[in-house]
Ligand binder design. Sequence first.
Ligand SMILES: Nc1ncnc2c1ncn2[C@@H]1O[C@H](COP(=O)(O)OP(=O)(O)OP(=O)(O)O)[C@@H](O)[C@H]1O
Ligand SMILES: [Mg+2]
Length: 347
Amino acid sequence: MQEIQYLTSYQIIRKLAAGGMGSVYLAEQLGAEGFRKVVALKTIKKEFLKNKENVDLFVGEAKLVADLIHENVLQVYQLGMTRGTYYIVMEYAHGKNLSDFIKAHKDRHKVTNVDIGAFVISRVCRALHYAHEAKSMGGKPLNIVHRDVTPSNVIITYGGVVKLTDFGIAKAVVMATPDEGEVIMGKLPYMSPEQAKFQGTTAQSDVFSLGLVMYELLTNTVVYNVNDIDDLVDKMDNYSIKPPRRLNPHIPEKLEGIMLKALEVNPANRYQTAREFGQDLEHYMYDGGYGPTNEKLSRYLARLFPEESTQAIAGVHDSSHGTNVSGLLPVGGGSSQPISQEDSGEG
Ligand SMILES: Nc1ncnc2c1ncn2[C@@H]1O[C@H](COP(=O)(O)OP(=O)(O)OP(=O)(O)O)[C@@H](O)[C@H]1O
Ligand SMILES: [Mg+2]
């Protein structure tokens, strides 16, 4: 077998955000003859690199999700390392994450249109079910669980396509360690009861987390507004979730029933799969005729962010050359050289 040895460079354009594990940058992948491709590049913070467990998790997940290709899953292109800093190169999703989307509504004293909200969540269901069912090239189930389904990990592109990102802390059952129970991952308000009680996460845990995201999307209210895990477990065990129609009367009864079924604390009563959840949402949306589509979502987002949705991607130029890339940011080291990644051809 022949292998092509190559050197890929990434030119950082600007920082998009600082997140939990590191920062996210807008970048361009540079190729032969001035070839350029806009990508997003996520680095892992130095402090995580000191901890071998975190590095293994980061690397393991990148390998695990490398072959996930689905319209609603944000695609990972490459895992690289330069000067001691790991980075993941991925598809750049030009749009808004759901956290900003919800905030834009709150700022206007509004709440997301019910059908648009159902559409967004139904697409995340597709992404989740696809990943949950994914098999290795050799046909073995990968047992992927996302474990971090939160508003900030759902991006809506200005074209109206919903993308679930960051299978970064998702962990295949085959990779589970015996002391798993001592490590809490995921964000507190979006945890499933199983995750909060260290019972191990399953595909159904992602369904619950997505139910929490949906509740927030359609009511502007975080279900479990808690600061510590004991408080979370107490609320899950001793209080029932307020029916969402009390917070937003525009939610039809049928949809409320779907939301509460996704939010059943007992997994036996919950949707068994993300597909079932998604199918009920689609039935709700399309039963009466022509329901929400990518185009409708795109127009909705454009109304919410009229300026940003029509602007070009800031910093990216049609005929850009290395010299006119603005705001060059170093990753890891102190130099402003583009990141170079020497691929030894392994894997
Ligand atoms: N591929 C991407 N394309 C465009 N924007 C992205 C991309 N990846 C991340 N972002 C933006 O960067 C933000 C920060 O991402 P990051 O994943 O680092 O943190 P987070 O989602 O807030 O937390 P978590 O560590 O739980 O994922 C995202 O919310 C999103 O707005
Ligand atoms: Mg994220």
